[in-house]
Design a protein around this ligand. Structure first.
Ligand code: DGT
Ligand code: MG
Ligand code: MG
Ligand code: MG
Ligand code: MG
Length: 269
């Protein structure tokens, strides 16, 4: 087919193919969720509805898109790790990033009402995205450890902060002052001695965030079958093995998780 004289504009499109053989991480983050969480009356410091909605959206992303080996989320962010050997969209960075962010954003609006019930969505939320390549398994594990350490640091701080505000009646500025320069041990001590809270007994989802992995699960379904010699259809129970996206709230910084699920980092990924 003859080309139009306008075809040359294609040459202005920059090549954004990412390096081969690297883990491709796409991280998204809620835009101005400081305001969004206030306006939608998120519970402080952790709102189960918001956290579960984030995870539902991330599960949708993993199921709808190709080649995602693992995802990790906390607060208003989620990271998606594409397999090293993925050939999806010829490894074009913009395709990975935009598909993840748009699928996640539309899911957030689509599933909002399932999690927030009587709390109306007041305006359309947005998410930013970035893409980072990690050439070694250790780099990837360190990336995920960094995000989980961030979750821990923020959650410990926020848990004490909101206790001081909500239970002890400090103003936010006073609570901030009280916590200035304190170490993790000091914060644990305040929680224990002043509020009788053992931080280690706080919900795992708050302390560790959410890891999404693929797991084979057995599903029992009832099937109607017609036996050749019988007139009537019969209901029988059959077990099927399905691969599903499963949420975990566990430590991913130590080796135990990676030893338990070696397939995540397997060479053919
Ligand atoms: P950004 O990302 O630069 O556009 O700005 P923000 O405001 O989204 O800042 P970011 O992402 O550093 O911090 C996340 C905000 O979301 C933070 O203000 C706390 C809020 N947030 C996230 N999850 C929850 C939650 O479960 N409950 C409450 N109350 N707030 C939450
Ligand atoms: Mg930010
Ligand atoms: Mg944000
Ligand atoms: Mg954030
Ligand atoms: Mg198209």
């Amino acid at each position: 087919m003859a080309k139009s004289k306008f075809e040359y504009v294609r040459d202005f499109e920059a090549d954004d193919t990412v390096l081969p053989n690297c883990w491709i991480v796409v991280r998204l983050d809620g835009r101005n969720f400081h305001r969004f969480s206030e306006q939608h009356e998120f519970k402080k410091p952790n709102d189960d509805r918001a956290l579960h909605l984030m995870t539902k959206c991330a599960q949708t992303v993993m199921q709808e898109l190709e080649d995602i080996a693992i995802a990790y989320g906390q607060s208003d962010e989620y990271s998606f790790v594409f397999k090293k050997k993925s050939r999806w969209f010829k490894r074009r960075a913009s395709k990975f990033m935009t598909h993840v962010v748009s699928q996640f954003s539309s899911s957030y609006v689509f599933y909002w009402k399932d999690y927030f019930k009587d709390q109306q969505l007041l305006y359309p939320p947005g998410f930013d995205g970035r893409i980072v390549l990690y050439p070694s398994n250790q780099n990837l594990k360190d990336y995920l450890s960094w995000r989980q350490a961030d979750c821990h640091i923020n959650n410990l701080y926020n848990t004490v902060f909101w206790m001081l505000v909500q239970r002890s009646g400090l103003t936010p500025v006073q609570a901030q002052e009280r916590l200035r320069g304190t170490l993790a041990g000091d914060k644990n001590e305040i929680l224990f001695s002043e509020f009788n809270i053992n931080y280690n007994n706080e919900p795992l989802m708050y302390r560790k965030g959410t890891v999404l992995i693929w797991q084979k699960v057995n599903e029992v379904i009832t099937k109607k079958i017609k036996l050749p010699k019988e007139e009537e259809e019969k209901e029988v129970e059959v077990t099927r093995t399905k691969t599903k996206v499963v949420p975990l709230h566990c430590d991913i910084i130590g080796d135990q998780f990676w030893e338990e699920y070696p397939e995540i980092l397997a060479e053919d990924s």
